[in-house]
Design a binder for this molecule. Structure first.
Ligand code: HEM
Length: 113
C-alpha cells in the first residue's frame, strides 16, 4: 500500500517531496492514540469503532469490504451455531510481514454445545 507523492507536501514536521514514495501503515492507524482511546486494546463496542482504517481510506478504500465483512459474519454465525466456546490453548505466533498482521499458528479447542 504505497503512493507516489505528486506535489511537495508537509505532513506534521515532515516535508514529503514530489516523486517520493510513501508507504501507509493502516495497522498503525488503527492504533493511533490521538484518535482511539486505549488504542492497543480490542474493544469492539468502542463508540468510534467504525472509523477504523482496516479497509483503507479515500479513493482506494477496499472495494470488497462488504464482502469481507459478510464472510466474517457468516464464519462466526456458523461457528457459534456449533460451538459455545473457542479456547486458545497456546500462545499464537505471528508471521513476519510489514504488510499483513497475520498469524502463523493459533492452536484452539472448539467446545461443542
Ligand atoms: C477482511 C478482508 C479485507 C481486508 C482487511 C481488505 C483490506 C483492504 C485495504 C486496506 C485496501 C486499501 C489498499 C490501499 O489503500 O492501497 C483494500 C483495497 C482493495 N480491496 Fe480489499 N480487503 C479485504 C477484502 C477484499 C475482498 C473480499 C475483495 C474483493 C472481492 C477486495 C478487493 C479490494 C480491491 C479491488 C481494492 C483496491 C481498491 C482501489 O485501489 O481502488 N478486498 N483492501
Amino acid at each position: 500500500m504505497r503512493r507516489n507523492c505528486v506535489a511537495d507536501t508537509q505532513v506534521g514536521d515532515k516535508l514529503i517531496r514530489a516523486g517520493d514514495k510513501v508507504v501507509m501503515w493502516y495497522v498503525s492507524g488503527n492504533r493511533d492514540e490521538s484518535h482511539f482511546e486505549d488504542a492497543d486494546r480490542l474493544i469492539i463496542d468502542r463508540p468510534n469503532a467504525r472509523s477504523h482504517v482496516s479497509f483503507g481510506y479515500g479513493i482506494h478504500r477496499c472495494m470488497g469490504n462488504r464482502l469481507g465483512e459478510m464472510q466474517l459474519r457468516i464464519l462466526w454465525e456458523e461457528l457459534l451455531a456449533r460451538f459455545h466456546c473457542v479456547e486458545v490453548v497456546e500462545e499464537p505466533t505471528r508471521i513476519c510481514s510489514n504488510f499483513v498482521k497475520g498469524y502463523a499458528s493459533m492452536p484452539v479447542i472448539l467446545h461443542p454445545h
